[in-house]
Design a protein around this ligand. Sequence first.
Ligand code: AVJ
Length: 321
Amino acid sequence: MPDSKSPRFIQTWLADVEAERVAARNALLATPASVAPKFFYDRLGSHLFEAITELPEYYPTRTEATIFASHGTDMAKAIGAGMALIDLGAGNCAKAARLFPLLEPRRYLAVDISVEFLREALRELQRDHPHVHIAGLGQDFSTKLDIAADLLGDDRPVFFYPGSSIGNFTPDEALGFLRRVRERASGGGLLIGVDLVKPRAVLEAAYDDALGVTAAFNRNALLNLNRLIGSDFVPSQWRHVAFFDAAKSRIEMHLEASEALAVAWPGGDRRFAAGERIHTENSCKYAASDFADLLVRAGFDAPTRWTDPAGWFAVFWAPAR
Ligand code: AVJ
C-alpha cells in the first residue's frame, strides 16, 4: 500500500489578500455592517463547526446522515458508476468518505476555504483510499467556481454540496450559484442537501444552543477578521443573536454590540451604538418543491428527492445531461 502519496493541493483563497481585505473593510463600514459567513472558517472555526454538528439541537447534519444511510444505495443507482466527485465545502471530508463505498469515485476533488483543515483531512483520506485520485482546492467558491480541467480528468463531474450550505445564499444568489455549477456538470450532476422549513422553536434552538458553541462559532469570525485586516474586535463585547425570519424563510445570525463600542483597524474605524448589529449569516430554509423548482430553473434535469420521515431535510440528485 503506498502511504507516501500526498494529495495535490492548489490554493486560490487569499491569493489576492488585499482584495479580500478591502471587501471585508467595506462590509464593516456599510449600514448595516456585515461579515461574510466564509470568515467563520479558519482552523478554529472549522473545529467549532464540527462541534456544532454534534450538538443535540443541531439536527441538520445527523438528519442528512440518516437520509444517506437509508437511501445511499438508491442514490448511487441514480447517479451511476465512475465519476469525479467534487465536494464543495468539504470540511473534514467525512460525508464524502462515507459515500465512497457506494459511489466508488475515480477522482475526488475537495474544495474548501479552510485550507489548513482541508489539507489535514485529505492526507488521512488518501491513506485510507490509496486508489482514488485525491486533490484539494483551497478556494472561496461562493463567488466563482474556478476548477482547472486537469483536476477532473475525463471523468463525469458529480458535484456534492451537502449540509445545506446552499442556505447561506439568498434564493436569488442560490440560483446564480446553481447555474454556475450546472455549467460545469454536463454528463454528471449535483447531489445536494437542503434544510427544510420546520417549526420555529426547532430552528432557533439549532442556531442558539444551550452550550454556547454556536455563539463561539459566531464570535470567532471576529478573531479571524482581526487577523485578516488587523482590527481590534473584542469578542466578549458582542452578543450572539440568532432568529428565524419567517417572511424571508431564513435563520439570521448577528453579533450585537453589548455597549457603545469603537473598532479600529489600520486605515479606518467604526463606532457601533449599544445594540447595533453585525450581520454574519443567513441560513435559508426551503419548501422541498420550491428547491426542486430552483434546480430546474438553474438548468438541471428533473431532480430526485429523498427526505427523512419527519420531512426536516432533503437530499436532491439533479442530473445534468
Ligand atoms: C454550514 C452553512 C450549513 O447554516 O446551518 C451552523 C452553518 N451556522 N450553525 C448552517 C451554521 C450556525 C451551517 N452551514
